[in-house]
Write a protein that binds this ligand. Structure first.
Ligand code: SF4
Length: 598
């Protein structure tokens, strides 16, 4: 074989094993390939005609955002959908390993949170539509907490249940057990639609306009059945308010559906019960949901929410986590454009009606989730105070027994980290109360601890600047030991800016801070905000004190409440009192030195 053979000059192939005929064939083939490479690219234009224009390189994007511009969490989602990490959960269970790198985020698509370094364990967050559980489900959750968790569960501010201290080898068993009892944790964390909340007395509330539980359940199941409703730009909250007596803090949600009555009108709208759609509540950013002008029949709520969410999925910011919530898209577009984009995805027209054409709802009953209350069927519900939401396995079983024996076999969780046992007849009330007290829990409202809520805090959350649950219990004990309040107040302790306990809507809100001491170390502390509320007492609390040491806070709050009781006008609520004063005036009023001098 000669060295002038074209195959040798074109490509470096050892052709010593070929016959001459084979070499000539390969030579022709390779030169043909090389010539073809030099031809202009044969592509197709937009109309499908062949062209000799080079095809434009198509840049890969996620809903229009180039991959290079995606934030870290978006890249993780793009690499592998969090819903598809079950094999990893199984593999990690087999080797008893915690998730690593991007899988820590993907686990949250299954409601599993690896909470290191706060704890070297995994936390389960469920989905419980409207906070409604059968006693069978409540007992099943108790069994998960007993068999694989710490022997207790936490009731959350989204009327949900979290169980901590799970080990990786138990995660598949936990998820299977959840499914066995008819529950799911799918999408309860990460950038997904969170637990759907609802007025907890729905269906038996004498003041309600409509039972919203069927719509909360329908929304819950719609999410579970539609894979495209996962992996949003950021988390997303939805709530249904029945117009009933207990607040579900619906106006703190991305979408809040408020039941309203529409009377006779000249707009061609049939009188009846509808929902107003409010948008963009995000109180950690000091914003309540605001009315969109849209009026929906109950059956329209789920398709409209789904359409709006899909418009958000396609257009929300995927480059900056701090600007990724719905609020920021609506800030950019305005509500009219948000609704226009929603309308494009709907098969029916949105209905508009001014807010003032609807009848105002009845005011909420503060702490109405506690104590004994008559239902619309003549039976009663009993609210049970579970301090900062923590409840032991034995208490869970005992309360399930109460609900089975005296109620209707149901437990309702509230966004106030407490629970309700409905359907108790008059003659069984005393026996039910005795059984509740036997668990060590109280049913009577306490104006101070009845609205005392705290996020997980530093014992179980890596973001926390303080042990919120521990300090909340200490604060409640200190105040109840010192004074009697004749007005209920809400005390919200949150560990960081994520605002899980919504400090800005507390009468007194506390957000964790590391406070420097004289020796340069830091201790738990709080910044204190005053005068917040939601629904008919809607207000964002104002900051009054910064960097108060946690061990000095109970005495300061006590002084504040003493000043309120002493200086308030007749029937003045704490919110009204604090908002009548400037922060400086409140500081002066509570300064022991100035008070003594005066
Ligand atoms: Fe953790 Fe912060 Fe949420 Fe508290 S508010 S649970 S510290 S993320």
């Amino acid at each position: 074989m000669g060295s002038n053979n074209p195959i040798n000059s074109m490509v470096s192939i050892d052709n010593s094993g070929f016959t001459e005929e084979q070499t000539n064939y390969l030579s022709g083939f390779v030169s043909g390939v090389l010539q073809a490479r030099e031809l202009p690219f044969l592509g197709q234009d937009a109309a499908g005609r062949f062209t000799h224009e080079p095809a434009a390189a198509v840049e890969e994007t996620v809903f229009g955002t180039p991959l290079d511009d995606l934030c870290k969490e978006e890249r993780i989602k793009h690499e592998k959908n969090g819903l598809d990490c079950y094999d990893t959960i199984l593999a990690n269970a087999a080797t008893k390993e915690f998730p690593k790198d991007g899988d820590v985020f993907r686990y949250k698509f299954h409601g599993l949170f690896f909470v290191s370094p706060a704890q070297e364990s995994i936390m389960l967050r469920c989905r419980i539509a409207g906070g409604a559980l059968s006693t069978y489900q409540f007992r099943g959750l108790a069994e998960i907490a007993a068999d694989w968790g710490p022997g207790h569960a936490d009731l959350t501010t989204r009327a949900n249940v979290q169980i901590r201290e799970l080990m990786p080898e138990n995660c598949p068993k936990v998820l299977m057990k959840l499914a066995d009892i008819g529950l799911s944790s799918q999408g309860s964390g990460a950038d997904n639609l969170r637990n759907i909340t609802a007025t907890p007395t729905s269906g038996f509330d004498p003041d309600e306009l409509i039972d919203v539980m069927p719509y909360a359940r329908a929304m819950h199941h719609y999410i579970l059945k539609n894979r495209d409703l996962y992996g949003l730009p950021r988390k997303f909250n939805i709530a249904f308010d029945s117009g009933g007596r207990i607040s579900a803090c619906a106006d703190t949600n991305d979408i809040a559906f408020y039941a309203v009555k529409v009377g006779a009108n000249d707009k061609g709208i049939e009188p009846g019960v509808y929902f107003r759609m409010q948008l963009c509540g995000i109180t950690g950013h000091k914003q309540f949901a605001s009315d969109s002008g849209v009026l929906l029949t109950p059956e329209e709520t789920v398709p409209v929410a789904a359409a709006l969410i899909r418009a958000f999925i396609e257009n929300g910011d995927r480059t900056n986590r701090k600007k990724a919530r719905l609020k920021y898209l609506v800030d950019k577009w305005g509500i009219p454009k948000m609704l226009e984009e929603t309308q494009k995805k709907l098969a029916f027209p949105l209905r508009y009606l001014p807010l003032d054409a609807c009848e105002p709802s009845a005011p909420k009953m503060k702490h109405g989730h506690l104590g004994i209350h008559e239902q619309n069927d003549g039976k009663h519900y009993i609210g049970v105070l579970t301090p900062v939401g923590r409840i032991s396995v034995s208490q869970m079983h005992a309360l399930a027994d109460v609900a089975d024996q005296f109620g209707r076999g149901e437990i309702r969780l509230t966004v106030w980290q407490n629970l309700i046992i409905p359907g108790i007849s008059e003659e069984n009330l005393q026996a039910a109360i005795t059984a509740i007290h036997a668990t060590g829990l109280e049913h009577r409202n306490n104006p101070i601890t009845g609205g005392l809520i705290a996020c997980t805090g530093s014992r179980g959350c890596k973001y926390a600047a303080a042990d919120t649950k521990g300090h909340a219990i200490a604060l409640g004990e200190h105040l109840t030991g010192k004074m009697i309040l004749d007005q209920p107040i809400n005390l919200h302790l949150t560990g960081c800016q994520h605002s899980c306990a919504q400090h800005y809507i507390g009468d007194i809100g506390m957000i964790g801070a590391r406070v420097k001491t004289d020796d340069g170390s830091t201790v738990d502390g709080f910044n204190i905000v005053l005068g917040g509320g939601c629904d008919d007492t809607q207000a964002i609390a104002r900051e009054v004190w910064k960097n108060v040491r946690a061990d000095e806070m109970p005495a300061l709050i006590e002084q504040l409440l003493v000043v309120y009781l002493r200086d308030r006008n007749e029937d003045e609520t704490f919110i009204q009192f604090t908002n009548r004063h400037t922060p400086e005036a409140l500081m002066d009023l509570c300064d022991p030195a100035k008070t003594a001098a005066a």
